[in-house]
Design a protein around this ligand. Structure first.
Ligand code: UD1
Ligand code: CA
Length: 469
């Protein structure tokens, strides 16, 4: 059995260059806060515990991450003053009291880091004899980064920060990505010996590398520079988001999902989509969406936190939010399914239909221009064009309940609370304020009268007035 694994994720920095009120690690990227990514990767790599070191706007960062990782082993350590990366990691020590395995160290602002790279790092660490392993890379421009100093036999001897480096060291192209794994006992001991005797007057985490090198060879995993780059400003965030989006889209394409125009398809991390589903241009699928197989999502649709069953068609420009759509349904075009909408199998909700807190049972149809709110609609119902549930009296919301097989004629208002029994029929143009029993006809409109010849007489009168002018 492998020794246990924990992670420390540094999230205390201010992120001044973001020029934003929002803490850097909370900036959203494809539906998740930045720090969600490295924390998730740490759990995916097998960490039993993850400690997020917080500082700037610590309360907000903690609240947001605690919610995102509810039920998972994420804890928090506060770094009051940002005294350097070494100090930040040391702040997590207490949260890991009694922990004796290996500790991964990650930054909260590096969202593209993959679990594969972390697994490689942990594997290299376990295979090696040294107390530490690290990730390096060779970016096009290494300015600003810590350089990897290698000595005899090309072995890593230490890291020198750009600001402390000699001109010769600044020529080194291999840099420190800031991602490490270290034996816990070695780590806490090495952190105690750090001093701020450097150009920035900080406690450098990087100084523990030279100490580790004295105890055993440091294993190195070289990563693609684009994978381990952090986010310092909103332009970099947009660039990383673009790469992440392409990575997510590619994963779905390779899993049998057709994206008709990947360049305009926005699918959040964590969305699940079944094979043979076809997604049109300009579609956004965000939050915890689950899309089945053989589904079609038409151009311009926006789905958030919604479920769509197998074989359902969502036609163009439909908006779904917190909705559960069953299999073989037809939605849209231009449908709006608001929170707590539930469509059972085979339901049709057509153009300009808005639903909220409403369930339509099997095979029911509301094909045109309707508002259905706080309603329970049985199976096999037909809701005519222009039907409105009047669910709000200005103070409270009330329910409309329809049984099975109800036919609601066009331009009907159902003034809630109101119930319509199974098989009832509502005449078009009715304002229904009383319950309608099963199999009854509910009608509340002025009976029609026809006045014979009226139109012709009227025209003559009008024409007579015109000739006198
Ligand atoms: C660090 C490394 C450098 C490496 C680079 C890669 C050190 C001394 N240097 O430099 O070798 O090439 O990362 O990006 O480690 N943080 C805290 N508390 C602090 C200081 C930092 O939480 O007191 C967090 C920041 O929020 C950030 C991360 O640690 O997420 C890195 O800090 P930063 O100051 O950006 O380090 P660099 O100077 O870039
Ligand atoms: Ca940095």
């Amino acid at each position: 059995m492998n020794p246990p694994l924990a992670a420390v994720v540094l999230c205390a920095g201010k992120g001044t260059r973001m020029k934003s009120e929002l803490a850097k690690v909370l900036h959203p990227m494809l539906g998740r806060p930045l720090a969600w990514y490295p924390i998730t990767r740490a759990f995916e790599t097998g960490c039993q515990q993850v400690v997020s070191v917080i500082g700037h706007q610590g309360d907000q960062v903690k609240a947001s991450l605690a919610k995102a990782f509810e039920g998972q082993a994420l804890s928090f350590a506060v770094q009051e003053q940002q005294r350097g990366t070494g100090h930040a990691v040391a702040c997590a020590r207490q949260a890991l009291t009694g922990f004796t395995g290996a500790v991964l160290i990650l930054y909260g602002d590096v969202p593209l880091l993959t679990a594969e790279t972390l697994t490689k790092l942990v594997t290299a660490f376990r295979a090696g004899k040294g107390p530490l392993a690290m990730v390096t890379c060779r970016p096009p421009n290494p300015t600003g980064y810590g350089r990897i100093v290698r000595g005899a036999g090309n072995k890593v001897e230490g890291i020198v920060e750009h600001k402390d480096a000699t001109e010769a060291q600044r020529q080194i192209g291999e840099i420190n990505a800031g991602i490490y794994v270290a034996d816990a006992r070695f780590l806490w001991g090495a952190l105690e010996t750090l001093t701020p005797s450097n150009a920035q007057g900080e406690l450098y985490l990087t100084d523990i590398v030279a100490k580790a090198a004295q105890q055993g060879e440091i294993a190195v995993v070289e990563a693609d520079a684009r994978e381990v780059e952090g986010v310092n400003d909103l332009a970099e965030l947009a660039e990383r988001a673009e790469l992440l989006r392409a990575r997510i889209n590619r994963r779905h394409l390779l899993a049998g999902v057709t994206l008709q125009h990947p360049a305009s398809t926005f699918i959040d991390e964590g969305v699940e989509i079944g094979p043979d589903t076809v997604i049109g241009p300009n579609v956004t699928i965000s939050g915890d969406c689950e899309i089945g197989s053989r589904v079609t999502i038409g151009q311009g649709s926006v789905l958030t936190h919604s479920t769509v069953g197998d074989g359902t068609t969502v036609k163009p420009y439909s908006v779904l939010e917190d909705a559960v759509v069953g299999p073989l349904c037809h939605v849209g075009p231009f449908a709006r399914l608001r929170p707590e909408t539930v469509l059972d199998e085979g339901v049709h909700v057509g153009n300009f239909v808005e639903t909220k807190k409403t369930r339509l049972k099997k095979g029911s149809k509301a094909n045109h221009l309707a508002y259905l709110g706080d309603a329970e609609i049985g199976s096999g119902c037909n809701i005519g064009a222009g039907t409105i549930t009047c669910n709000y009296d200005g103070v409270n919301k009330h329910k409309t309940v329809l049984g099975d097989g109800v036919f609601v004629g066009s331009d009907t208002q159902l003034v809630a609370p109101v119930k319509v029994g199974d098989g009832a029929f509502i005449a078009a143009g009715s304002t229904i304020t009383e319950n309608v029993p099963s199999n009854a006809l509910g009608m509340s409109r002025v009976p029609q009268t026809n006045k014979e010849g009226w139109a012709e007489r009227r025209r003559k009168v009008l024409e007579g007035m015109k000739s006198k002018e």
